[in-house]
Design a protein around this ligand. Structure first.
Ligand SMILES: [Zn+2]
Length: 284
């Protein structure tokens, strides 16, 4: 199969599928309470694959690899294995197979950017030891990093909100990363390497971050959950029900989705049907 990818300068952004499923919590209309019929119609033209025959929201669960001269960075780690916390998603995910299809071994990944601490983005970050492909003699817990040579990058603001977001993650994610000496906390925007950098995009969660790969007038924004549905790509002002700070989320979206005339911004999204789309807002 062909792996979807975009090249920006000497850097490749590779889309990696972990799974696909149906939004289980409410109707999609309730998930975006301010959206009106004509906005839904525009979103369904933009992303016809995101609605099933019963009118339910169908979504992908995706991660992205950035492969450049300096090494391989992974952005997010999907829904995870059979025993992962994202029990509302179609477990187990298939990220290890997607990585293999892209020719990437877990031990070749030397940086993992966690956009935020929701369970459908951290699934393969830390796994029970028998699932770790290359184990060292480090961690005393029975869980360890799935990417044994990677530094894991999280915003300090997100880390500080962990008890509010999901206290279970202290034991299942943070402690194993710390024991392995693999967690690095960031304070806002930060350079990654090659043409890539981390940009703080708070709102969906307090310390949400995205990754921007830019060369000349072309860029790829790996969004995380800056937007979760095509309707927010077209109408950045629309709130999603699980946003912690809707006003801040809207400001982050409007800032990152605005493109200068003559420049192209590709969006590499977690949950839209197509892994890559163009930024094109329809806001009034
Ligand atoms: Zn998500």
């Amino acid at each position: 199969m062909t792996i979807p990818r975009i090249r920006i300068g000497d850097t490749e952004i590779i889309a990696l599928t972990d799974g696909a499923g149906t939004f289980p919590f409410t109707s999609r209309e309730a998930a975006f309470p301010d959206a009106i019929a004509e906005q839904w119609a525009a979103a369904d033209r933009f992303d016809p694959g995101a609605i099933d025959a019963e009118g339910r929201w169908t979504l992908e669960f995706r991660a992205f690899a950035i492969r450049g001269p300096g090494g391989i960075t992974l952005v997010d780690t999907g829904i995870g294995p059979e025993d992962a916390l994202a029990t509302w998603a179609p477990l187990p995910g298939r990220l290890p197979e997607s990585l293999a299809e892209a020719g990437i071994g877990p031990d070749e990944v030397d940086a993992v950017v966690l956009t935020h601490l929701h369970t459908d983005h951290i699934g393969w970050a830390v796994v029970t030891e028998e699932a770790v492909t290359t184990s060292g003699d480090g961690p005393s817990s029975d869980r360890g990093p799935f990417f044994p040579n990677a530094e894991y990058l999280l915003q300090r603001r997100e880390f500080d909100a962990i008890d509010d977001l999901n206290p279970q993650l202290r034991a299942s994610l943070i402690d194993p990363l710390r024991e392995a000496g693999r967690l690095r906390l960031l304070d806002g925007d930060a350079p990654l390497r090659d043409a890539a950098r981390v940009v703080a995009t708070p709102g969906h969660t307090p310390g949400h971050q995205s990754v921007l790969v830019a060369a000349g007038r072309e860029s790829v924004l790996i969004t995380g959950d800056l937007l979760v549905h095509a309707i927010q790509a077209l109408y950045p002002e629309l709130t999603y029900m699980f946003e912690r700070d809707p006003a801040e989320a809207k400001r982050s979206r409007q800032r990152l989705l605005a493109t200068e005339p003559g420049s192209t911004r590709h969006l590499a999204t977690s949950h839209l049907t197509a892994p890559f789309t163009r930024a094109q807002t329809a806001s009034r």
